[in-house]
Write a protein that binds this ligand. Structure first.
Ligand code: ZN
Length: 415
């Protein structure tokens, strides 16, 4: 399936490849931490890690230089997105629904749920009626317009809370279906032995959080080529290098990290188009919030963390500075409202025995709302380019992936 994009330069071809990653052994996805007694595991397999695996496989290949030139030298050749959990490992119901091939999305930071019984309506179906979750809804539009806010759970009137994590979105004819996606995590304790004295070393006992065996992740890789031949060569070599059994993550000498990567069918082929998503968004604003002043409104939601290059530009003092730094492509539009959060990556350099520099980024799920007097047709090429190319730096590692008018922002009632 080719990705149809009007703004690709002449001759350039692009295709999305879909993979399933099955953990055959427990996998450690945390970072190296000196004297850290408890090490968290990342809930997802970052694109950076998969790009690292690809680089390692190229290095061991007899045709390493040619493969390096073909796949890694040109930064626009591959975009390796974060691999997300595809089903809630605690629920039986979900396994059968995942066959319908929805798309897994991170929850926007504007998502909220009931504090007492959090979660989507359909989750944990085996529970008795009184224990069923009370639903999840989005607050972007009510926060911005300050109208129709849900201040307590509509079902039990208890408090409300932010809802984080990932969900499988299956577009349905009548109402969309969301299923919470999460990997179980298990703990494993280790002790570090000092080889000279045969005693427990300093920082002796530590516990790692692990992704258990038989967990699943969904991975997407966008492949581009300057012509059909180059695209085919890149696809064939990528499939050869990546499919099969590999080692991923940390603790590889301790029986951790074996995964099996297989190509799979594409995600939901009938996912709504950008134009139809923008129309639903504006219809919702007009009908539910009485906003229709001749302007067109649209939102941009980060589907992966983004903008690691912002460090030198922080703090972004006002929304104009923010707009210029983040969205130079959307010059003629007005940034009306945003909800975002910063994260930072850091770590410990084993070779230098020093902490690595802390680099800030914007977390996934951050959302920006714009208005404009331009028409959808005039902006469509910009929107398509934003969704295809993403924004900011390190895009080939999966940073800066965005969605225009994510369908979740029109879910203002508990789903
Ligand atoms: Zn409730």
């Amino acid at each position: 399936m080719s990705v149809s994009i009007v703004s690709l330069p002449p001759g350039v071809q692009a295709e999305m490849l879909y993979f399933n990653i099955k953990c055959l052994e427990p996998v450690y996805l945390g970072s190296q931490k000196l004297y850290g007694l408890f090490r968290e595991s990342a809930p997802i397999l970052r694109g950076t890690r998969i790009l690292g695996l690809l680089a390692k496989n190229i290095e061991r290949h007899p045709h390493a230089p040619e493969l390096y030139n073909l796949l890694l030298e040109d930064e626009s050749a591959l975009v390796v997105y974060d691999a997300l959990p595809n089903v809630d490992q605690r629920s039986d119901e979900v396994v059968q629904i995942s066959a319908t091939n929805g798309a897994v999305i991170p929850m926007p930071i504007t998502a909220q749920t009931c504090k007492c019984l959090p979660g989507f309506h359909r989750s944990w179906k085996d529970k008795s009626d009184k224990d069923k979750p009370h639903g999840v809804w989005d607050t972007l539009l009510s926060l911005w317009t300050e109208r129709n806010p849900i201040t307590s759970c509509p079902k039990c009137h208890s408090g409300i809370d932010a809802f984080t994590g990932y969900a499988l979105h299956v577009p349905q004819p009548d109402e969309d279906l969301y299923i919470y996606c999460e990997q179980h995590q298990e703990r494993r304790a280790h002790s570090a032995r000092n080889r000279r004295t045969d005693t427990a070393a300093q920082g002796m006992l530590y516990t790692n959080r692990l992704i258990p065996a038989y967990s699943d992740f969904w991975l997407q890789i966008l492949v581009r080529g300057r012509n059909e031949t180059e695209l085919e060569r890149r696809k064939t070599n990528l499939l050869e290098l990546l499919t099969g059994t590999h080692k991923l993550g940390g603790g590889l000498s301790r029986g951790l990290g074996t995964v099996e990567i297989k190509q799979r069918e594409p995600d939901s082929p009938d996912y709504p188009t950008i134009a139809s998503r923008i129309n639903s968004f504006n219809k919702m604003l007009a009908e539910v919030y009485n906003i229709s002043n001749g302007k067109l409104f649209f939102s941009v939601t980060l589907l992966s963390r983004g903008l690691p290059e912002l460090e030198g530009r922080l703090p972004l003092a006002n929304s104009q500075e923010l707009h210029d730094a983040l969205f130079p492509e959307l010059k003629g539009c007005t940034l009306e409202f945003f909800q975002h959060r910063f994260g930072q990556f850091s770590g410990w350099s084993l070779s230098w025995q020093l902490p690595k520099p802390a680099i800030p980024y914007i977390t996934e799920g951050s959302v920006y709302l714009f208005s404009t007097y331009q028409s959808i047709d005039a902006l469509l090429p910009t929107f398509e380019a934003l969704e295809h190319y993403g924004m900011g730096e390190c895009r080939n590692e999966g940073f800066g992936r965005v969605e225009i008018c994510a369908p979740f922002h029109t879910e203002v009632k508990p789903v």
